[in-house]
Design a protein. Structure first.
Length: 232
């Protein structure tokens, strides 16, 4: 698998390259956000390790630009430990975050966990299913192309947003707690908390609600969590 490491510190990129190449990963580097965006125009990657604090074009801007076109997994690096920075990263579509200074082994474990979760949440059965059948609101989830179409209109989702919708739609009407969604979508080896679920549900809802005529598919179950609602 090919990983793009974006960081303005040569030492950080060198350490990541050393540890990850030993594990069989292909590593490409970008020393700043501008270089990263240029690479992404012509190259495809399985995952991006993205520093937040960089001159000129910061990691948040790069993440936003990437998410406008791609659902490639992103792990953000930040020298700040404040909760707000982690939340902003997740709201922009990052799949995980690591606070500097970090252990290369921890970063490697996080990368493997994100890649495992992405592969694990792909359906092993039919690649395409019309969740709502012959109802007024048609929702089609294609697990091969990892795409979602609502009322004939494609909806661009991040990796985690797609995984979340796919997971909940397998049991329409069932109420999931935040802990169940965290474990089912992010996995038992995830280091975050249940606020991550709220952040991604809100982002998913916003995208679905932009489709004309689409009612609330993901609904809040007060005191419990969330459910995927079949619309009759």
């Amino acid at each position: 698998m090919k990983i793009l490491v974006v960081d303005d510190e040569d030492k950080i990129r060198s350490i990541v390259r050393m540890y990850f190449t030993k594990e069989g990963f292909g590593i490409e580097e970008a020393a700043n956000g501008k270089e990263a965006l240029e690479r992404l125009k012509t190259e495809k990657y399985d995952l991006i390790i993205l520093d937040i604090m960089m001159p000129d074009i910061d990691g948040w801007t790069v993440c936003r630009e990437v998410r406008a076109k791609s659902s490639v997994p992103i792990i953000m690096l930040t020298a700040k430990g404040e909760e707000v920075d982690r939340i902003v990263g997740l709201e922009m579509g990052a799949d995980d975050y690591v606070v500097k200074p970090f252990s290369p082994r921890e970063l490697l474990a996080r990368v493997k966990a994100v890649l495992r979760r992405s592969a694990r949440n792909q359906d092993n059965g039919d690649n395409k299913e019309n969740i709502n059948g012959d109802t007024k609101v048609s929702v089609e989830i294609n697990t091969e192309t990892r795409s979602v179409t609502v009322c004939g209109q494609p909806v661009s989702l991040t990796v985690k947003e797609f995984d979340l919708m796919c997971y909940m739609s397998r049991h329409p009407g069932r109420a999931y707690t935040r802990d169940e969604l965290l474990q089912g979508v992010w996995g038992f080896d995830y280091y975050g908390d249940t606020r991550t679920v709220d952040t991604h549900v809100n982002r998913l809802r916003d995208k679905l609600n932009k489709v004309p005529g689409c009612p609330d598919i993901i609904r809040t179950v007060w005191g419990v969590g969330y459910k995927y609602e079949v619309v009759e």
